[in-house]
Write a protein of this length. Structure first.
Length: 444
């Protein structure tokens, strides 16, 4: 039996298909004007026209790969530095000793541990758009899961999957809801009441599904290497520093709009300090940190490859054509049907546009006037975007973070897709019902 292609091969195939599509799909473009206040190029409504332009050459195809990787340099650096930091902390035994303490306190309460984990990650997704950061946490989460008797699917469902649910249904995700509302010229954080109610409903359903799956797919508990060792003073200090660093980073993101570079700097400093606290010395600290970065190289390359797809479609002048083809027919339907179809279209568009913040900037300037035309409120237009585009991160193989976490967990994409499809469709059903409810109640 042939082995299913891994994440690297899948993304190379998608990049090749994207390049071929630049020769098959009619080229076209919307007119754009630069907003001098924000520096963002905005689409002019009803300005789509087919054009004749040269498609990317084979050399352009090859060059898109290093360009895609370099284009995600800030995120790749974050993953490398966080990966090095957590690998080093793991080698100090602080994680193992902390997890042993946690596991012993949760003995017989494994379900509660899953609920707390899911709530934590849902909250991270809803508030700060947590997602890529899960990549570096994945090895530790898998270790934690094994000690509780949970398989890799369960732990990725509870962590990465929960961040997707929180990001999609939350009311304050800065890279999703807030950005989309800004593009739609809506008051920021407006319409939060409905979003918070639906977030609560979606979270409860998500966690119940998680508990159902986990209960029916338990594995034998794996005794941790430090099961019989005491919780040392240095380990307590290291875990305290970790908690302080996370608090500083979250505060910086919310209060000062920190980006990946500031986060990277904080975790780099944390890793070095933890190595010295554990009395590794400068040389061993540096060597261990570099070894941890090496563990994250594959995940980093995957994220860069995913970016190459957007580069090819944009420079091949077919990205706007895809948007036009997906969303143009919506004006022929009733507002409720249009809202649901708009959400579904966002799901499909997320395959070639794996960045949901980029998808907001690309589509909303087109969809907002279209929504006005068909009698769909702008708030519902934003709902359709956030539910469709962000929830699609659970299944699209072009999402670098998804492919990175399943690569670390050694889960083939076909098995992940089969596992994740049902809960994803369940969430999209809740989203569709919410859109219909919003239309019928005049949600603005």
């Amino acid at each position: 039996m042939k082995k299913f292609p891994n994440a690297f091969v899948i993304l190379l195939l998608v990049i090749l298909i994207a390049w071929i599509f630049t020769y098959l799909i009619p080229q076209g473009s919307y007119e754009r004007i630069l907003d001098e206040e924000t520096g963002v190029a905005r689409v002019v409504n009803d300005s789509y026209q087919q054009i004749n332009a040269s498609s990317p050459s084979f050399l352009d195809l090859l060059v898109s790969i290093p360009r895609g990787i370099s284009g995600r340099a800030d995120l790749i650096i974050l993953i490398l530095l966080i990966g090095g930091c957590f690998y080093l902390i793991e080698k100090t035994e602080a994680f193992n000793q902390g997890l042993v303490k946690l596991v012993s306190s949760l003995k017989g309460k494994e379900g509660l541990a899953l609920i707390l984990l899911a709530v934590l990650f849902i909250s991270g997704g809803a508030t700060i758009g947590l997602q890529e950061e899960v990549v570096a946490l994945t090895p530790i989460l898998l270790l934690f899961g094994k000690s509780l008797g949970y398989n890799a699917f369960t732990m990725l469902f509870a962590s990465y999957g929960s961040t997707v649910v929180g990001s999609s249904f939350g009311a304050s995700n800065p890279f999703g809801v807030i950005l989309a509302q800004k593009e739609a010229a809506l008051p920021l954080l407006s319409g939060s009441s409905l979003r918070l109610i639906v977030l609560l409903i979606a979270s409860i359903v998500w966690i119940l599904y998680l508990l159902y799956y986990a209960k029916n797919n338990r594995i034998e508990k794996v005794k941790m290497t430090s099961q019989d060792t005491s919780f040392s003073q240095s380990s307590k200090i290291i875990l305290l520093l970790l908690g302080i660093t996370f608090s500083i980073v979250i505060f910086g993101i919310i209060q000062f709009e920190w980006g990946f570079s500031e986060m990277s700097g904080c975790f780099f400093a944390l890793g070095i300090v933890c190595g010295l606290v554990a009395k590794m010395g400068w040389n061993k600290t540096g060597e261990t940190y570099i070894a941890g970065m090496k563990e994250m190289v594959f995940a980093s390359i995957i994220i860069g490859l995913a970016n190459s797809i957007s580069i090819l479609l944009t420079e091949g002048m077919i990205m706007d054509s895809i948007v036009y083809g997906l969303f143009g027919p919506l004006q022929n339907f009733s507002p409720a049907v249009s809202g649901v179809l708009m959400m579904v279209s966002h799901v499909f568009l997320h395959f070639p546009v794996p960045s949901y913040s980029g998808q907001a900037i690309l589509t909303l300037p087109i969809l907002v006037p279209l929504s006005d035309l068909i009698g769909l409120s702008r708030q519902i237009c934003v709902l359709a975007y956030q539910y469709g585009a962000i929830m699609a991160d659970m299944i699209v193989p072009t999402n670098g973070a998804l492919m990175a976490v399943i690569a670390i967990a050694n889960i083939p994409y076909n098995k992940w897709f089969k596992f994740a499809l049902k809960p994803t469709l369940l969430m999209l059903l809740i989203a569709a019902l919410t859109i219909i409810f919003a239309v019928t109640t005049g949600y603005n």
